[in-house]
Design a protein around this ligand. Sequence first.
Ligand code: NAD
Length: 492
Amino acid sequence: MSLIAERHTDLDRPRFFIDGAWAEPRSSRVYHAVEAATGEGLGIAALGGEDDIDAAVRAARTALDHGPWGRTSAAERAAAMRRFADALERRADHTSTLVTRENGMPIQFSQQVNGGLPGVLLRIYAEVVEKLPLEEVRPSPKGSTILRREPVGVVGAITPWNFPQALAMFKVAPALAAGCTVVLKPSPETALDAYVLAEAGLEAGLPAGVLNIVAGDRDSGAALVSHPLVDKIAFTGSTAAGRIIGAECGRLLRRHTLELGGNSAAIFLDDGDIDTLLAGLGGASFLNNSQTCTTQSRILVARSRYDEVIDAVAGYVSAMDIGNPLDPAVTLGPMATSAQLDRVLGYIDIAKKSDARLVTGGGRPTGLDRGWFVEPTVFADVDNNDLLAREEVFGPVIALLPFDTDEEAVRIANDSDYGLAGSVWSADEDRALEIAGRVRTGTIGLNYYELDLGAPFGGMKSSGVGRELGPEGIDAYLEYKAVYASKKYLSA
Ligand code: NAD
């Protein structure tokens, strides 16, 4: 085993990043970060109180209303975002190893989504805003109407611990492109890596107050959601927290996008190809140790292929390389926290007491007593009313359910409070496409599942409100303003 090692010198983060500088906390609360693979202390992060959040929001407000950012051209913002991307890319090795230590994400994947993706997203939205007509003129009965797309204002971005860098940039990149200013509140579990964004932003010359970072817990998040000077909340996290945040935003008539949980279904039809399923199972069901909102934890299988698929999935998980996620050969790392491990083991215990059949796994892997490891686990004959099928486990626990007709498969897939992702596996892609059209989810894959950054991403039903990504992802950070003019202006 050879681990990818990086010398981390920034494991204590006792300050916040506010108004372009490091700010002493006004609250005294601190989070003790723990390395997921070892359970050993990693560093500390200050947790923002109401006063810290208030200072950050005021800095963002001033930068928007009086600073240069609110008056920059799209081209100037795009140039700053590309410098920001360069600065992040110079730190990519450092960021990806740090996140792997914080949350247990296998290093090869972390290099892509924590090391590489933030820069990619900044470059994508730099191009989006350069091409977007931020102003157009239409003839009107009394002269002309000048239609402007203006920044929505100060954005409060609240992110979870599972994809900390990528999910922060799902919000920060379109917000900066639109001309907004941001207060980012990362999760305590991944607070340490969040401040790399601040260092890169400083190096890139982002004006003071444009990006402020205050790590904190749910109380810090709640203070941000209800702060009177915030215009929009961009949230990724659990459905439970999303409901609370959505209710508060509704009360305040505050714009919001919510990217929430899921319990998605993969549908394997009677003509599905087992090798194709095995090639795509990692992306569909085990990404980031299955601590991914799009995890397809329910696999619905045509009864004529049921035993074959059970054997194939069991064989797949038995061959997974479990261990320290800094080892590039490892495909399944630990759960991010001890609480998360308890949660997953709790769901496994409940399933063991049900009529479902444990096929493989079901406990902690032998020889991995330190850290928050759990065996990849497969249950067959799960009922769609079982907890395993209804709730979000957020761990490597697969529920297999048989079906008799395509209609029944669609009915079971849709019999869920969630509607985030899914997949259909068939030798006939036209047939798979027709079935995918009947599944009520924001995204769905045919014979594979992989996020496309070029398309809007988000959930139906209790999986969320609104969309991120794609050129459309900038819309949530813009407001239309129509100026009625008596003069006949010509469109640029
Ligand atoms: P969580 O909801 O507990 O916390 C997410 C963030 O919200 C954290 O920063 C937390 O401090 C903050 N928060 C919690 N309660 C809050 C409140 N009442 N007001 C304001 N802020 C609050 O979720 P988690 O356990 O950190 O992350 C896992 C969840 O995130 C899973 O449910 C997963 O499905 C979801 N997720 C969704 C997507 C998506 O795009 N749909 C992507 C990744 C993760």
